[in-house]
Design a protein around this ligand. Structure first.
Ligand SMILES: C[S@@+](CC[C@H](N)C(=O)[O-])C[C@H]1O[C@@H](n2cnc3c(N)ncnc32)[C@H](O)[C@@H]1O
Length: 272
């Protein structure tokens, strides 16, 4: 069980500041959409109408709304008050039924959740878990909220992002190109310094074991670049289709799946 002492206040402040711009910068970008489509594909294959799902670090609620449109109930949490405010504003126009509930809560405090009923599964999309220092505790806390056999989908930034290395190396920015490689970096978001952790796939498996067993892993954004390359992609939009097609071929291959911008892992809650 973790406590408030391990929560990063700087990360929360940074995302509060970013919240109003987040959808324009990422959710609505061509690259963000391309990356999210892969996650939605996996979420659709994993959860069924009538399921009750826990979402960590939900941001502005894009995934929760998607699941609600598919008849899935979501209890969605995020550490940032501003992200939760924006997500909640979407409820009435987009999901008038009570399938989604947004609440402010950091991942480090999810042991405080008292669900209406046991969750049928859980997920965390796009790097919220990269802001958490101790994923062993997160795994323990999640395990207590899910029955054996339940799926857990997590999408994290990778340690080695090949397109980022190439993009910044070509521009002579070597420290940016290799910033993830040590496993930890301090990211500047506006005036806030946020600790970001980049566990390898092996470390993640170890952190989530024995409560969770890894069932699959796919790479996201192996040749499709990170979202800060959006201006270039907008100039050459056809290139995105080509890169997406290449990613489709590479995304499940063991050598490549951990070299994208993100990795999407499907765990299963182990038998007690
Ligand atoms: C890159 S955004 C992803 C948001 C959303 N999942 C999506 O798919 O667009 C990362 C999110 O993680 C949240 N976050 C960062 N650290 C967190 C923590 N310790 N607990 C909960 N949420 C956190 C941020 O507030 C932000 O909304």
């Amino acid at each position: 069980m973790t406590n408030m002492a391990t929560v990063q206040p700087q990360a929360i402040l940074a995302f509060d500041h970013l919240a109003e711009r987040y959808d324009d910068l990422f959710t609505k970008s061509l690259i963000g959409r391309a990356q999210r489509d892969i996650v939605w594909n996996v979420l659709s294959q994993t959860f069924r109408p009538g399921d009750y799902v826990l979402e960590l670090n939900c941001g502005t609620g894009e995934d929760a709304m998607f699941l609600a449109r598919n008849g899935i109930s979501v209890a969605a949490f995020d550490a940032s008050e501003q992200m939760i405010r924006i997500a909640s504003q979407r409820l009435r126009p987009e999901a008038p039924n009570p399938l989604v509930r947004f609440s402010q809560l950091p991942i480090e405090l999810i042991h405080q959740i008292r669900p209406e009923r046991q969750f049928d599964g859980a997920f965390s999309n796009f790097s919220g878990l990269n802001c958490v220092v101790d994923l062993n505790h997160t795994a323990e806390d999640l395990a207590a909220l899910m029955p054996p056999g339940a799926p857990l989908i997590v999408c994290l930034s990778t340690r080695f992002c090949i397109s980022e290395m190439i993009w910044f190396s070509l521009r002579g920015k070597l420290s940016k190109a290799f910033r993830r490689c040590s496993g930890r970096t301090v990211a500047k978001v506006d005036e806030f310094a946020v600790n970001v952790y980049y566990p390898t796939l092996r470390q993640l498996r170890r952190s989530f074991s024995p409560a969770f067993i890894m069932r699959s892993c796919v790479g996201i954004g192996i040749t499709v670049p990170p979202s800060y390359v959006e201006p270039w992609i907008r100039k050459y939009p056809k290139s995105l289709n080509i890169l997406q097609a290449i990613d489709k071929v590479l995304s499940s291959r063991p050598g490549f799946r951990v070299l994208g911008d993100h990795m999407l892992i499907r765990f299963e809650r182990a038998q007690a």
